[in-house]
Design a protein around this ligand. Structure first.
Ligand code: FE
Length: 217
């Protein structure tokens, strides 16, 4: 049985032919290269012998840029230290809690809950430039900027979440009464908060899928 590796996400497929589409990242069949079992066996038997033996039938595309360019140096550091998975815990951790505050405000009522949600949203919004930049950098370096179905959905979800987050922050500060317990707009505020939460969940889920289901963890 042959083994094929997706050069975008490192998913391994077993079969006579590569799949038409990568089940993990959605990359086209042409992105797969055959992995030679002999190389894997050699790696098990004598790891030092593998250094001179390519593990795929064609060379994997260059994934890192020369260190001479400052931006590429930063991108290499971001990748090496996993800065996107680290920084993305800010929206993934705080937004569910803040949406819960809005939920409590709408159904049980307390002005302090509205303020807690607004300040939480603001903190997350301030972190978003770093989250988005590290995500963009990781996509460009580790995944070669591939626009497969997974990345299209993930990028779209991230953009929707960021736009909704900015809207909710501007709305909360521009019209503070919306976060009062009996305001007429509080249900709409909760509705947009829930859509944002769903978008954050989708982006986070796909990121976790990439990290934990491929060999590039
Ligand atoms: Fe893939």
């Amino acid at each position: 049985m042959k083994k094929w590796e997706c050069t975008i996400c490192s998913y391994i497929h077993e079969g006579d032919e590569p799949p038409d589409e990568c089940p993990l990242c959605g990359a086209d069949k042409s992105e797969f290269v055959e992995v030679k079992d002999e190389a894997i066996e050699q790696a098990t038997a004598a790891p030092e012998a593998v250094a001179a033996t390519p593990t795929v039938t064609s060379p994997a595309p260059q994934k890192t840029m020369p260190a001479s360019a400052p931006l590429h140096g930063i991108q290499a550091l971001i990748d090496k230290h996993h800065l996107h998975p680290i920084t993305v815990h800010t929206p993934n951790g705080i937004i569910p809690m803040a949406v819960f505050f809005v939920f409590l405000l709408v159904f049980f009522g307390s002005p302090s809950l509205g303020k807690a949600a607004l300040y939480s949203y603001t903190f997350v919004l301030l972190s978003m430039p770093v989250v988005l930049f590290t995500g963009y950098s990781m996509w460009k370096t580790r995944y070669r900027g591939a626009m497969t179905s997974l990345f299209k959905i993930k990028i779209t979800a991230s953009v929707i979440a960021t736009i909704l987050l900015a809207t909710l922050v501007l709305w909360g500060f521009g019209q503070p009464s919306v976060l009062e317990p009996n305001s007429s707009g509080r249900a709409a505020y909760l509705f947009f908060s829930l859509i944002m939460l769903a978008a954050v969940g989708i982006a986070g889920h796909l990121g976790g899928k990439l990290i934990f289901s491929s060999r590039k963890g």
